[in-house]
Design a protein around this ligand. Structure first.
Ligand code: ATR
Length: 280
């Protein structure tokens, strides 16, 4: 890539940022689509987020991704927030629109795209989501936005699940319920798509559901990503179920951020190439 005085910088702000795959995603896309931009990472200290955001404006940085722990805190420094990101209450992508910063959230869009790319529909489907953190919020809101029939949230802390239920109830016609009960066999018989949004399986070999229960017709999705399958996905694969890996969501949220910055829609093939790059 020819970096010159016209090159626009796009970046990641977070703490930590060292293990991020986002530079690989975006620099691959900039090169492939001949966009004169470069993507780099900035590790921002907790008390310097406001300075960092002012810097984005004053340096004319074209946009950025926001990662842990700033997805919620960043909102107060923005000029505008996209409607879905406002409902989610978290932003993972900023675009510098002529000096005004607008916030978006591409996590849910990336997740839904991962399901559609597998050849599955989400419209009218019955969905169960394990966990009720930020990832559940963005996924549940985007699923509701895409016309799922019902969403069942299971989380050990009921209040967090109720908050999400209330948002969905207020803005969408999706059936929504929540409980602290683990998913059982009867629940599973009535679910088309099962999604783990807890970090269970990330740093351990644990499974977020009882591995004795069985299904023959559920799409199983895990937002945990690592080079090997999680125990949860292996539980599904053993039953010949189709699965969506966390890395698919990560890549597709990046592809959507690229679209927000450039107006160029990357292809499904790009997602495949990036996944192979990650798994190498
Ligand atoms: P966030 O997505 O907001 O960063 P997180 O810490 O990744 O949050 O956790 C996501 C969800 O997984 C949370 O709802 C969390 O449950 P609580 O609401 O009770 O905190 C859930 N979670 C995390 N670890 C868990 C565990 N070991 N067992 C069950 N649920 C867990």
């Amino acid at each position: 890539m020819n970096i010159n005085s016209n090159t626009t910088t796009i970046c990641l702000l977070g703490h930590p940022v060292k293990q991020s795959f986002s530079p690989n995603i975006q620099n691959y896309l900039f090169e492939k689509y001949n966009v004169n931009s470069i993507y780099s990472c900035f590790d921002v200290d907790k008390d310097r987020l406001e300075d960092a955001i002012k810097g984005i404006k004053s340096l004319g940085i074209g946009g950025c991704n926001i990662t842990i722990p700033y997805k919620v805190d960043v909102i107060k420094y923005l000029d505008k927030v996209d409607m879905s990101a406002g409902l989610i209450g978290a932003v993972n992508t900023l675009k510098n629109e002529g000096g005004e910063l607008k916030g978006y959230n591409t996590d849910g869009v990336g997740f839904v795209k991962s399901i559609l790319d597998k050849g599955y529909e989400v419209k009218n489907k019955r969905v169960a989501v394990l966990g009720a953190g930020g990832a559940c919020r963005s996924i549940a809101i985007e699923l509701a936005n895409n016309g799922v029939y019902s969403i069942e949230i299971r989380n050990r802390t009921i209040n967090k699940a109720i908050e999400i239920k209330d948002i969905i109830k207020k803005h969408f016609s999706t059936e929504i319920s929540c409980s602290t009960e683990p998913i059982n066999q009867e629940d599973l018989n009535n679910i088309d798509i099962l999604i783990n949004t807890t970090p269970i399986g990330m740093n351990s070999d644990e499974c977020p559901i009882d591995e004795k229960i069985k299904t023959n017709d559920t799409l199983v999705c895990d937002i945990v990503y690592k080079p090997h399958n999680t125990k949860f996905l292996n539980w599904a694969i053993k039953q010949n179920l189709d699965v969506v890996h966390g890395i698919d969501m990560l890549i597709n949220q990046g592809l959507h951020a690229f679209y927000i910055w450039t107006n160029i829609k990357p292809s499904k093939k790009d997602a495949q190439i990036l996944k192979e790059m990650y798994l190498k």
